[in-house]
Design a protein around this ligand. Structure first.
Ligand SMILES: [Zn+2]
Length: 156
């Protein structure tokens, strides 16, 4: 996997985010797929619609599989929050890479999902919200990071 990081000055932070994305991908995708993936990871003070993060497809391989991605993370948040947001977006990257969702966000594993479906009821968000914390916690344990887990729920 090739990752280019933008919008972070501190080298230590860049390394943590790069290692975190590597780790999340290792847990989410088989190596034969992740090694062909390229990601532009940008950190910005404010994202459109005030979201915490975003993952979009930037390119496909010759077999029409999504392999190039752009992830944006709002950096106006704690390190812990950003690492969890990155885990959430990594799950969406996995969904695109495996063809579980399409760019139109109207299909889940070949099944049509009505556009009236609430954000929190859509299967891709259920999976992303369901896995973000576990991915983050395992990264912290592996990396020896001591960011506190609070009981405060994320709202996006
Ligand atoms: Zn999401």
């Amino acid at each position: 996997m090739i990752v280019d990081i933008y919008g972070i000055q501190k080298k230590r932070d860049r390394v943590i985010f790069e290692d975190a994305l590597d780790f999340y991908m290792m847990l989410l995708l088989p190596r034969r797929i992740s090694r062909g993936i390229q990601v532009d990871l940008s950190f910005k003070k404010k994202l459109d619609d005030n979201v915490d993060g975003w993952c979009s497809v930037a390119g496909y391989n010759t077999c029409k599989k999504a392999r190039e991605f752009e992830i944006e993370i709002c950096k106006n948040r704690s390190m812990r929050y950003q690492l969890m947001t990155l885990a959430h977006e990594a799950v969406h990257l996995k969904q695109y890479a495996l063809g579980e969702i399409t760019e139109d966000m109207d299909t889940w594993k070949g099944r049509r999902i009505p556009s009236s479906t609430d954000y929190y009821d859509s299967p891709w968000e259920i999976e992303a919200h369901g896995r973000e914390k576990g991915l983050y916690v395992r990264f912290c344990e592996m990396y020896g990071l001591k960011f506190p887990i609070t009981t405060q729920e994320r709202d996006t």
